[in-house]
Design a protein around this ligand. Structure first.
Ligand SMILES: [Zn+2]
Length: 186
């Protein structure tokens, strides 16, 4: 089966897939400044890697887990190379994998390692972003979590028993309207 991602233009940028555009719109909704495909990185293996997003204020590379599965390996290699060479770099350079929306358009994501990541509005800087499992805000470094409930990724939240699931579901922004004529994937 040949599955092709449908490109979509949002804010004048042509995204390779509508899922990527969904995330750009969601970042805007959350007030998270994003750059799309800003830089090609050479991985330790010699392979060139063009991550989907860089989130400068969160010091975070983000890879959208779409039809191009092979790119996930590169996100993993990037993450691994950062931890192998300098474990403390996790504080400075992060990698997150963005997934398709879960049931009810719930946002979904995962860390490319065993870390738990929660999306929250930090109680210190008041801004939306991820906090890692020791509750460190990726924006300001404050340890303590958010003002509101922590938002679990849809995949993890679905595994929690009823009653322990987040009471407030984080949904993605409405899908941007396609602009121009789409020619389909390459
Ligand atoms: Zn913060």
């Amino acid at each position: 089966m040949n599955i092709k991602a449908v490109p979509l233009t949002y804010k004048g940028i042509k995204f390779r897939s509508s899922l990527e555009a969904d995330w750009a719109a969601t970042f805007d909704d959350l007030g998270i400044y994003w750059q799309y495909e800003p830089l090609v990185i050479q991985l330790p293996s010699g392979q060139m890697y063009l991550p989907d997003f860089y989130l400068p204020l969160l010091c975070c590379w983000a890879e959208v887990k779409g039809p191009r599965w092979e790119r996930l390996d590169k996100a993993l290699e990037l993450r691994k190379s950062l931890t192998d060479e300098a474990p403390w770099l996790w504080r400075l350079v992060r990698v997150i994998v963005l997934e398709a929306a879960g049931p009810g358009d719930a946002l979904s994501w995962q860390a490319p390692d065993d870390r738990q990541l929660w999306l929250t509005d930090c109680s210190e800087c008041g801004l939306w972003g991820w906090v890692q499992d020791d509750l460190t805000c990726w924006r300001c470094g404050h340890v303590g979590g958010g003002k509101h409930f922590r938002y679990w990724p849809a995949t993890a939240a679905a595994q929690l028993p009823e009653g322990m699931r987040p009471t407030y579901r984080m949904t993605r922004a409405p899908r941007p309207e396609p602009t121009g004529k789409s020619k389909g994937g390459k």
